[in-house]
Design a protein around this ligand. Structure first.
Ligand code: GDP
Ligand code: CA
Length: 323
């Protein structure tokens, strides 16, 4: 099976780790997984290009992630950040550990030498042994793009701030009016992205943020058309359990774009291509309509086995919907 998945950071990475665990136990392998990662969260800090979602995918699938936090490196120290603070270098609201800095320095050096982000990611992925696990990680685009959040000031005027500033510094507490992705209309999907969607046997949407992770990937020119046009079944996993996000601020993101904070509301964002939708048992009764095909199962990624079971259900649902 060739599986293609669109992914943000923590929710995407944890689900994919469970998917790989499930695939490694199947007798019908080998299987390959192509992951298309969100780069809208990317930001330049201290002259370094930081790609939080791609790095969360690398660290999680490579066994180097800070487990309870869900992002960043295990066994991390913060000497460099302490030095930057001592100089008053800004910003201080974005946590960058010493090990993590290594990734950003290497990436920035290679980008500075003219490598594309795709080529950089391929190189970083070797260190984290993604190819050995049958995983190809692709950034959604090689063009630098950044998600910005339009907020309204007290005097009624609008202002756009970087997504990370809204999410991390302000904890999504400033009411968002909309999300815009700077640079996106000049961007093209990275090499391999559209083909990976079109030629997959199964396309999965992990329980990533539907607005600022999956929604951003879908807005890369060509991606949504590829999702509509693929012959593969498309199966998604709800990021909402019991009508609320399991972590993060997906509720604030959905409200900002006028979408109900329900699994039904999220599925509606994918209505033009979604074939199957996994919802939590707690949300089964709230589902309406006959499309997409619904399966209700426990959707909490409490450990790797529970997550592998979710991935197994997603695959089964997909195969049952094969066109
Ligand atoms: P981020 O980029 O690090 O914010 O991560 P993603 O966009 O990939 O995923 C964030 C989403 O994952 C949030 O909306 C959460 O509700 C969802 N999520 C996190 N843990 C779980 C879980 O155990 N089960 C489900 N169904 N969703 C989860
Ligand atoms: Ca993210």
């Amino acid at each position: 099976m060739r599986i293609t998945a669109l992914a943000g950071g923590v929710g995407g990475a944890r689900f994919l780790r469970g998917l790989l665990h499930h695939l490694s136990g199947r007798s019908d392998g080998p299987h390959s997984v192509t992951v298309i990662g969100n780069t809208g969260d990317d930001i330049t800090l201290f002259g370094l290009r930081v790609c939080p979602d791609l790095d969360t995918l690398l660290y999680t699938l490579g066994g180097g992630v800070h487990e309870s936090q869900g992002w960043g490196r295990a066994d991390e120290t913060f000497a460099v950040q302490g030095e930057l603070a001592a100089y008053g270098a800004q910003p201080q609201w974005f946590g960058l550990g010493d090990r993590d800095f290594g990734t950003h320095i290497a990436r920035s050096q290679w980008l500075g030498q003219g490598m594309t982000l795709s080529a950089v990611v391929e190189r970083l992925a070797q260190r984290w042994k993604l190819p050995e696990q049958g995983v190809t990680l692709l950034p959604m685009t090689d063009t630098p793009v950044e998600t910005h959040v339009v907020i309204e000031d007290e005097d009624g005027s609008e202002r756009a701030i970087h997504f990370q500033q809204w999410w991390v510094q302000h904890q999504a507490q400033l009411p968002a009016k909309r999300f815009v992705v700077a640079g996106l209309n000049q961007a093209a999907a990275a090499p391999g992205v559209l083909d990976a969607i079109r030629t997959a046997d199964l396309v999965l949407l992990p329980p990533s943020n539907p607005v600022v992770s999956i929604g951003i990937i879908l807005s890369v020119p060509g991606v949504r058309d590829a999702m509509r046009g693929t012959t593969a079944p498309v199966v998604g996993v709800s990021p909402l359990v019991g009508g609320a996000p399991v972590r993060g601020h997906a509720d604030a993101c959905l409200s900002a774009i006028g979408v109900p904070v329900t699994p039904d509301g999220v599925a509606g964002l994918y209505a033009d291509f979604l074939d199957g939708w996994l919802v939590d048992k707690a949300d089964e009764a709230s589902m309406t309509g006959t499309e997409p095909a619904i399966r209700a199962i426990p959707l909490l990624m409490t450990d790797i086995d529970a997550t592998a079971e979710m991935a197994s259900e997603a695959i089964e649902l997909g195969l049952s919907l094969r066109r």
